[in-house]
Design a protein around this ligand. Structure first.
Ligand SMILES: [Zn+2]
Length: 409
């Protein structure tokens, strides 16, 4: 196992060891020494503390390698639970995962735009309580809550700047308000960033991978995990691939720029175009008052089942997203890219094939390595699951970024 970390024992060593047990476990202490370059006493100390804290457990199994049998270590999936809530245009999705990223509870509720900021806080707090109490989780067993939604986000102050239905209350410090109500650490983050961490964590991806996630919901975003940590940028707003301009002097975007990728490739753009083709909209029964997300699912399903006009629209969007994926792969020299988000829930396979083809043919590093492209196993819930992963990563493997400090603000 190659490694990139320096071999000094320090605050990052615990995160390194947790990450190795998470991605390569069951694994023995001897293998941890070999993989990290840390000394045997250092590994023994870190592992002992992780076992005392309940984060890691011995499997009971041993491997004989000629010498003394080696005890194997795995992450204790019941060490702590993470809760993630994704805020959508008119729904809230709440997911609870165990320490290994397995979903143990989920609730989807409709959430019409609230009248007052207090209503938003109350709605989120009540959903959190319903779900955690329904599962019988003690407050001590919950590592925290992450509320995730479209950016821009102000992670330090725990607020969304342009959340659907919340635009008027960009000053609402949601993280702090919810922490006060719930008594657990609460952080606010972008859906794409959360999805990246969730896919990284839940798929047991090794920190040696340069791992990217392309996220599509109402907008298009991305997240990149480098050496096991989300790349956050100056203000945790990195990865806004949907706001890369693809048409010079194109249409005005909500971000203030022009010609952004998401204006041409995201679900709302495709639904607008479908609505402008009367025989298509009528045939698919897409009504003017259908929410974009629902109308897009109908359009995507028609594309999958062979409707020529619907397929042409989705194919065009896939070509544009393949450009976006190329940009991501070339900028970061990715070796893995996962597609996640409700926008890929129905026609994800069409997007995956187009992006795979494009990267195989044109990625800058294609003669050195392939870029593996996969579809999330749960595209619709990936951001909520990712929220749970963010709090768990901050709790069991601290040292991965600013999220823990922000949590306890
Ligand atoms: Zn934009």
């Amino acid at each position: 196992m190659a490694r990139r970390e320096s071999a000094v024992a320090g605050p990052g060593s615990r995160a390194l060891v947790v990450d190795l047990i998470r991605s390569a476990g069951p694994i023995s202490r001897v293998e941890l020494v070999e993989a990290t370059g840390l000394t045997q006493p250092t590994i023994s100390n870190i592992v002992r503390r992780l076992i005392d804290d309940g984060v890691v457990r011995e499997t009971g199994a041993t491997v004989a390698t000629g010498g003394k049998p080696r005890t194997l270590l795995v992450i204790n999936s019941r060490s702590a639970y993470g809760v993630g809530i994704r805020v959508g245009a008119d729904t809230l999705t709440c997911v609870v995962t165990d320490t290994r990223g397995g979903t143990i509870g989920r609730e989807l509720v409709s959430a019409p735009p609230a009248e007052k900021p207090e209503d938003v806080v109350a709605q989120l707090a009540s959903l959190y309580r319903d779900v955690t109490q329904g599962l019988g989780l003690s407050p001590q067993s919950v590592a925290g809550l992450a509320v995730v939604g479209p950016g821009p986000v102000d992670v330090a102050r725990g607020r969304f700047l342009a959340l659907p239905g919340l635009e008027r209350w960009a000053d609402l410090e949601l993280g702090q308000a919810l922490t006060a109500q719930l008594g657990v650490p609460v952080l606010v983050d972008s859906d794409a960033a959360a999805a990246a961490v969730g896919e990284f964590w839940g798929r047991q991806v090794s920190r040696e991978r340069t791992f990217g996630c392309l996220y599509m919901n109402s907008g298009i975003g991305s997240g990149v995990v480098l050496d096991g940590a989300l790349h956050r940028g100056a203000s945790s707003n990195a990865g806004e691939i949907g706001h890369v301009s693809v048409v010079r002097d194109g249409a005005r975007c909500r971000c203030g720029s022009r010609g952004c990728l998401e204006l041409y490739a995201a679900p709302a753009a495709l639904v607008d175009r479908a609505r402008a083709i009367p025989n298509l909209a009528n045939r698919l029964k897409i009504r003017p008052d259908d929410p974009d997300a629902r109308a897009f699912d109908v359009l995507a399903r028609a594309a999958i089942y062979g409707d020529g006009q619907a397929r042409a629209l989705v194919d065009e969007s896939a070509l544009l997203l393949a450009d976006g994926a190329m940009t991501l792969a070339n900028l970061w020299d990715l070796d893995t890219l996962v597609l996640a988000g409700p926008g890929f829930a129905v026609a994800g396979s069409l997007y995956v094939s187009e992006i795979r083809r494009r990267l195989a043919e044109r990625a800058f590093s294609r003669k050195i390595h392939v870029v593996q492209v996969d579809l999330s196993s749960n595209p619709r819930d990936s951001a909520a699951i990712g929220g749970a992963a963010l709090v768990l990563q901050g709790s069991v493997a601290p040292g991965h970024g600013p999220q823990v400090a922000a949590t306890h603000a």
